[in-house]
Design a protein around this ligand. Structure first.
Ligand SMILES: CC(C)(COP(=O)(O)OP(=O)(O)OC[C@H]1O[C@@H](n2cnc3c(N)ncnc32)[C@H](O)[C@@H]1OP(=O)(O)O)[C@@H](O)C(=O)NCCC(=O)NCCS
Length: 177
């Protein structure tokens, strides 16, 4: 049994340590980290599984935009589970909970870079084949997309980019529009 909780500011150092343990010191070189520089994760889509004060699992999402029209989307990740709790369903539970939350909040498109075999069962499919690009090299098999709203990808293609609107992306965009 592992309740899924909204991340608190005090979780941050433990999440950083967990992410470092899962993805190693070279993680900041990855293309997706460009979208996270100086941008906060979306607070209402940042969830943890805790054991006491320890964080055993974490998922975060970042705002991004797609193409010249700057269509808002969310970038899933990192998702990481502490090594001693892997394979017990925590990752799957965090994925389902957060994708449901994202949909309820009105987000329409989710992209990620990760293991195809893990993410495909949740509904992700190949992003390059859907016309999406990233501003740096990435294994095309690992770059994936999912419509959170049916039809959300219709007419959407192009480069994924850092959101100019910060982590309150959609709301800020509405105000700016
Ligand atoms: C990948 C990760 C998030 C999965 O979370 P988890 O809680 O361990 O996984 P779950 O218990 O929800 O699901 C386990 C299932 O996923 C499969 N799985 C786990 N990691 C996988 C991977 N990298 N690729 C494909 N399948 C994977 C397991 O084989 C298992 O399958 P089964 O249910 O058919 O037996 C977690 O293991 C982790 O943090 N790993 C290190 C960092 C990482 O690789 N992150 C994301 C992938 S890019």
């Amino acid at each position: 049994m592992f309740p899924i909780l909204t991340e608190r500011p005090s979780d941050s150092p433990r999440i950083d340590a967990l992410v470092a343990a899962c993805f190693g010191p070279d993680r900041h070189q990855k293309t997706v980290y460009r979208f996270r520089e100086d941008v906060a994760p979306i607070p209402e889509l940042s969830f943890v599984v805790r054991n006491g004060r320890e964080v055993e699992g974490s998922i975060r999402f970042w705002p991004v935009v797609i193409g010249a029209q700057e269509i808002p989307a969310v970038l899933l990740g990192p998702l990481c589970i502490s090594p001693e709790r892997q394979g017990q369903g925590i990752g799957r539970a965090l994925m389902r909970h957060s994708l449901y939350a994202a949909t309820r909040l009105g987000h329409r498109i989710c992209v990620l870079v990760g293991d195809k075999a893990y993410y495909e069962p949740f509904g992700f499919h190949n992003a390059p084949a859907a016309g999406l690009e990233l501003p740096g090299w990435v294994d095309p098999e690992r770059f994936q997309v999912m419509e959170l709203m049916p039809g959300a990808m219709r007419g959407v293609s192009g480069m994924v980019a850092k959101s100019p609107f910060g982590s309150a992306g959609r709301q800020a965009r509405r105000k700016a529009a």
